[in-house]
Design a protein around this ligand. Structure first.
Ligand SMILES: [Zn+2]
Length: 236
């Protein structure tokens, strides 16, 4: 059966009801905007859903009040004078407004010129930095692969850069493809080097076994310092 959605208004609060294949009613207040959502089994009558919400209305109100009163953190735009890190170097940002197309240019002496339309915000600024980071990683990774592939006796078929929330890199052993986290661009160069070595080592040993760490140790004896920057809570 497909999920059906409808709305119920209780005391001026819209309640979104989604019918699902489930056993009992579930009520939640979304932490972002305070939207109220009920998931209900197909067999529960609308009147029972109404009663269920009314019974929990004090809780719903207190949750919504808390969300409404939450302190809104003002967005701080990047400004002239800000430092932008790149693989252990620091770049000084200059921000200029009033152009029609956003752009970012690297000038002499580690200066970065960011030009933005008046309407641009932090999202556009971040996009410019991300594109620059991506370009810089595309330049920095090939020499590392050329250096370590022959040493380790492996060859990747494909590699790429993407934003990752929980990992610095990943390796698909069958496809011999590695992914590197875009955020590595903002870390010291040795961190990128370590993640490349780490992912290449997975082509020889899939798990984090003693053999795996022995390969990493032998290939890049200084890897622990880089690992500590990337994973401060690591006990390796
Ligand atoms: Zn790993």
């Amino acid at each position: 059966m497909k999920n059906r959605t409808s709305t119920l208004l209780i005391d001026d609060i819209p309640i979104a009801i989604t019918r699902r294949k489930m056993k009992s009613l579930r009520l939640r207040v979304c932490p972002q905007k305070g939207d109220v959502k009920v998931s209900a089994p197909h067999f529960v009558a609308r009147g029972d859903i109404h009663a269920f919400v009314v019974k929990n209305l004090d809780w719903v109100r207190s949750q919504r009040a808390e969300i409404a009163n939450r302190e809104v953190v003002p967005v701080r735009l990047m400004q002239t004078g800000d430092s932008i890190p790149l693989l252990g170097q620091t770049f000084r940002l200059h921000v200029e407004g009033g152009v029609s197309r956003p752009s970012l240019k690297c000038l002499a002496d580690n200066q970065l010129l960011m030009r933005l339309p008046v309407s641009a915000g932090l999202v556009e600024q971040q996009q410019l930095i991300d594109t620059w980071y991506r370009d810089q990683l595309k330049l920095a990774v090939p020499p590392l692969l050329e250096r370590y592939e022959p040493i380790m006796g492996v060859a990747v078929k494909q590699w790429g850069i993407k934003k990752m929330k929980t990992r610095w890199g990943s390796c698909n052993i069958t496809a011999r493809r590695i992914w590197l986290n875009l955020d590595l661009a903002s870390k010291p160069a040795q961190c990128l080097e370590y993640v490349v070595v780490h992912e290449l080592a997975h082509l020889l040993e899939s798990g984090h076994t003693p053999r795996f760490w022995a390969i990493v140790d032998k290939t890049m004896p200084t890897w622990r310092a880089a690992n500590l920057i990337l994973n401060p809570r690591s006990r390796k």
